[in-house]
Design a protein around this ligand. Structure first.
Ligand code: PA5
Length: 445
C-alpha cells in the first residue's frame, strides 16, 4: 500500500481529554457537511474542493506546454503576485528546490515580485534582470491589486525596452479573471497568453489552479503528481473512514476553546519555510474575523529554538504547536569522526545528520508538551510533489471545517481593505477626497 500523510494528535490529550475533543464531533460533521453541500457562509467560493479531480487533461497539458515554451525563451521567470496569488507557488517551489538554487548556474530560475512595495527591492531586481533573458508570469484575480500592478508596470517596461513589444508579449503570461479587471483588459489588448482563475476559487485556495500550477511547472516540477496527491487526500477525507482533516480541525478548535489561541506551525526543514507562510495566510485570512480566530504563527526549527525556543518552552501558556515531520531525507550525509574531538561530538560520528535532526524534533516535541504546549504532528513520508499535494488539500479542507466550527465566513477577507483605504487616501487617489481630508485631520491630532 502507498504511504500517505498521517496526522497524530495523541499528545494533546494531556491538555484536552478525548471526550472534550469527541464532544465536537457532531458540530465538526455538520461543519464538514455544510462544506460538501455548499450551505455554509461563503458557499460561492467552494470550487477548491473539487479542483484536484476537475482539472482536465487539456488544461494540464496547456500549462505544461506554456511552461516548456517559457523555459526555452527565458532563463529567469519573474512571478508577480501577492497573498494567495503568490504564496502557494512559492511554498511548493521552495519545498522542492535545491536549497542553493538561487546561487548556482541552474538552467531556469523562478523569482518573485509584486509582494512588497520596497523601492530598493525593485532597484535591485531591475539591475539583476538587466543582463538576463527574462519573462513575466503576472497573477492577480482582481487584476487591480496595487503591489503586483506596480511591479508589473516596472518590469513590463524593462522587458519591452530589452526585447521589444512583440517578444515581450510572447514572454508574458497573465493569470487573472475570465472577463473582469485591468489585467484582463491589458492581456486581451496585448494578446498575452492567459489562464483563468475560476470565479468560485478565492486567492488563498488557488494553488491547485494555474495560479500555482504554472509557476511550479515553469520551475520544472511535476504538477500531475501534486494534483494526484491532492486528489488522493480528497478521497481519503471525503470517501473513506477517518477524515484526518476533520480530526485536525477538531483538535485545534478544542484547544482554542480552552484558551490556546496561538498555533505555531513548526518545521525542521528550511525548505518548508514558505509552506508555513502559505499556511499562515490560509488560516489567518480565513479565521481571523469578528474578533475571533486562532492566530497562526510559524517557526523554523532547529533555527528558531535558539531564538523563540525560550518563549515556547517557558512563556505565557497560550500556544499550541503543529509539527510537520518528514520521514526520509533525500540525501545521505554522515557526521565524520574527529581525532581531536574538541567539540566532544564523536558520539555522533557515523550517524546521519537526519538522525540528529529527528532526535532534535522528538526531543523538542516532548519538551514542549512537558512545558505546557499541546502538540500535534503531521507526518509526510518524504518531501515530494505527491505528499505536498496531500498536505495542501489536508490544510485547505481542515481550514474550511475550522472556519465553519468558528462560525465565520472562511472565504472572504473584508479586513484587508482597511490599510488600502488609508493608503489611497494618503496618496490622494481620485475618488478618495473625503477620506483623504479625514485622515489628514486625524494625523494632525
Ligand atoms: O486570498 C486572497 O484572496 C488574497 O490574499 C488575494 O489572493 C491577494 O490579496 C491578491 O489578490 P489578487 O489576486 O486579486 O491580486
Amino acid at each position: 500500500m502507498k504511504e500517505s500523510l498521517k496526522f497524530d494528535c495523541s499528545k494533546i490529550f494531556h491538555f484536552a481529554n478525548e471526550s472534550e475533543v469527541g464532544a465536537l464531533s457532531t458540530q465538526a460533521h455538520e461543519a464538514f457537511k455544510a462544506l460538501r453541500e455548499g450551505t455554509c457562509p461563503g458557499n460561492d467560493f467552494l470550487g477548491w474542493m473539487d479542483l484536484p479531480v476537475q482539472m482536465t487533461e487539456a488544461e494540464i497539458a496547456d500549462i505544461g506546454k506554456t511552461a516548456a515554451d517559457l523555459r526555452t525563451r527565458t532563463q529567469v521567470m519573474v512571478v508577480i503576485g501577492i497573498g494567495g496569488s503568490y504564496l502557494g507557488a512559492r511554498a511548493v517551489i521552495e519545498a522542492l528546490s535545491n536549497s542553493f538554487h538561487y546561487y548556482g548556474p541552474a538552467s531556469m530560475k523562478v523569482i518573485f515580485a509584486g509582494h512588497n512595495i520596497s523601492e530598493d527591492y525593485y532597484h535591485e531586481l531591475e539591475a539583476y534582470l538587466q543582463d538576463k533573458e527574462f519573462g513575466i508570469c503576472v497573477v492577480s484575480k482582481s487584476g487591480t491589486t496595487t503591489e503586483p500592478a506596480i511591479a508589473f508596470r516596472l518590469l513590463r517596461e524593462l522587458l519591452e525596452q530589452k526585447v521589444g513589444r512583440d517578444e515581450a508579449g510572447r514572454r508574458i503570461v497573465a493569470i487573472t479573471d475570465a472577463s473582469k479587471g485591468a489585467l484582463r483588459t491589458l492581456a486581451d489588448r496585448e494578446g498575452y497568453k492567459t489562464f483563468v482563475i475560476p470565479d468560485n476559487v478565492g486567492g488563498r485556495f488557488s494553488v491547485l489552479t494555474p495560479v500555482g500550477l504554472l509557476p511550479i511547472a515553469i520551475a520544472g516540477f511535476d504538477i500531475r503528481e501534486l494534483l494526484k496527491g491532492a486528489a488522493e487526500m480528497r478521497v481519503q477525507c471525503m470517501e473513506r473512514e477517518g477524515n484526518i482533516a476533520m480530526e485536525y480541525a477538531m483538535a485545534r478548535t478544542t484547544l482554542y476553546r480552552k484558551g490556546y489561541v496561538v498555533e505555531l506551525l513548526a518545521n525542521f526543514h528550511p525548505k518548508l519555510h514558505y509552506m508555513t507562510e502559505w499556511w499562515k495566510q490560509l488560516y489567518g485570512e480565513s479565521e481571523g474575523k469578528e474578533h475571533k480566530g486562532i492566530f497562526p504563527a510559524g517557526v523554523d526549527f532547529t533555527t528558531d529554538l535558539h531564538s523563540m525556543g525560550q518563549y515556547i518552552q517557558d512563556g505565557r501558556r497560550m500556544l499550541m504547536e503543529t509539527v510537520i515531520s518528514v520521514g526520509r531525507a533525500e540525501h545521505e550525509v554522515v557526521i565524520p569522526h574527529d581525532g581531536d574531538n574538541l567539540d566532544k561530538l564523536n558520539f555522533l560520528a557515523g550517524k546521519r545528520v537526519d538522525e540528529v535532526n529527528k532526535m532534535a524534533e522528538l526531543g523538542t516535541r516532548l519538551a514542549h508538551v512537558d512545558g505546557g504546549v499541546p502538540n500535534m504532528q503531521i507526518f509526510l513520508p518524504a518531501l515530494n510533489a505527491f505528499y505536498l499535494g496531500q498536505l495542501i488539500y489536508f490544510f485547505e479542507l481542515a481550514c474550511g471545517i475550522s472556519g465553519n466550527l468558528l462560525r465565520v465566513n472562511a472565504f472572504d477577507q473584508p479586513g484587508v481593505e482597511a490599510y488600502k483605504n488609508n493608503m489611497f487616501a494618503l496618496l490622494d487617489k481620485p475618488g478618495y477626497e473625503e477620506a483623504s481630508k479625514a485622515i489628514k485631520e486625524k494625523l494632525k491630532v
